[in-house]
Design a protein around this ligand. Structure first.
Ligand code: PGA
Length: 253
């Protein structure tokens, strides 16, 4: 049985005061369990705050993106080493908002993934189809293309120890969650694709679902055999909502 992960993605939200009360409320309600992992991915300026609030607690932290460059004249970029210096465990790469709004291509995502690994971070590779792609019947080719770009760059061994998040774009922030069966189908497809290169890596690869996960649907999603937790946007900004999802992960088999 694989571990389960619940990872919050705060996106472009937060303030020093707001983060402080959110994190303290999460810490007050979190009941740890072996094999269950909780983390928050915060805006880069709040990494130091996350580190000081979360160090030594059961909650890990990470960045929402990482530069594909290590250092140099790349204004605005944040390197993997910088994230590591603030104790980050994770870096999200290839979130659909980065892909659609900021031009992160499959090739760029693969480079970011490789740089996160090189810096010692655990990349959370996001993949997912748009509504038009789902309705056009191209969900699997789209997922395959996004995953294959990373496999081509780092190989199946490079995926070992990372996390994958299946996030259908039509479910992100829309309140429209994929059904547990839709999530399971996509996860099984992705796992099968990795298995085509390395069955052992595929078998232990944690695969999160993201897109309008809430306390009310988390248990059903997490009960699916290939759904190993969730990447949580909106609901990670409200301690009680985030904790309800955490409790579903704790209770899951
Ligand atoms: P959501 O976002 O939970 O608000 O739908 C998920 C994500 O984008 O990671």
């Amino acid at each position: 049985m694989r571990d389960k992960h619940v990872v919050g993605n705060w996106k472009l939200n937060g303030s020093l005061a707001g983060n402080d009360s959110l994190v303290r409320a999460i810490l007050a309600g979190v009941t740890p369990r072996a094999g269950r992992h909780l983390a928050v991915c915060v805006p880069a300026p709040y990494l130091a705050q996350a580190q000081s609030l979360l160090k030594g607690t059961p909650v890990a932290w990470g960045g929402q993106d990482v530069s594909r460059f290590e250092k140099g004249a790349y204004t605005g970029e944040v390197s993997g080493a910088m994230l590591r210096e603030f104790g980050a465990t994770f870096a999200i790469v290839g979130h659909s908002e980065r892909r659609t709004l900021f031009g992160d291509t499959d090739a760029v995502v693969a480079e970011k993934f490789a740089s996160a690994r090189k810096a010692g971070l655990v990349p959370i590779l996001c993949v997912g189809e748009t509504l038009a792609e789902r309705e056009g019947g191209t969900t699997e080719p789209v997922l395959a293309r996004q995953l294959d770009a990373v496999l081509a760059r780092v190989g199946a061994a490079g995926l070992d120890g990372a996390l994958v998040a299946y996030e259908p774009v039509w479910a992100i922030g829309t309140g429209r969650t994929a059904t547990a069966a839709q999530a399971q189908e996509a996860h099984a497809f992705l796992r099968g694709r990795v298995a085509g290169q390395d069955a052992a890596v595929a078998a232990r690869l944690p695969m999160l679902y993201g897109g309008s996960v809430k306390g009310s649907n988390a248990a059903e999603l997490f009960a699916m055999p290939d759904v190993d937790g969730g990447l949580i946007g909106g609901a990670s900004l409200v301690a009680e909502d985030f904790l309800a999802i955490w409790r579903a992960a704790v209770a899951a088999e």
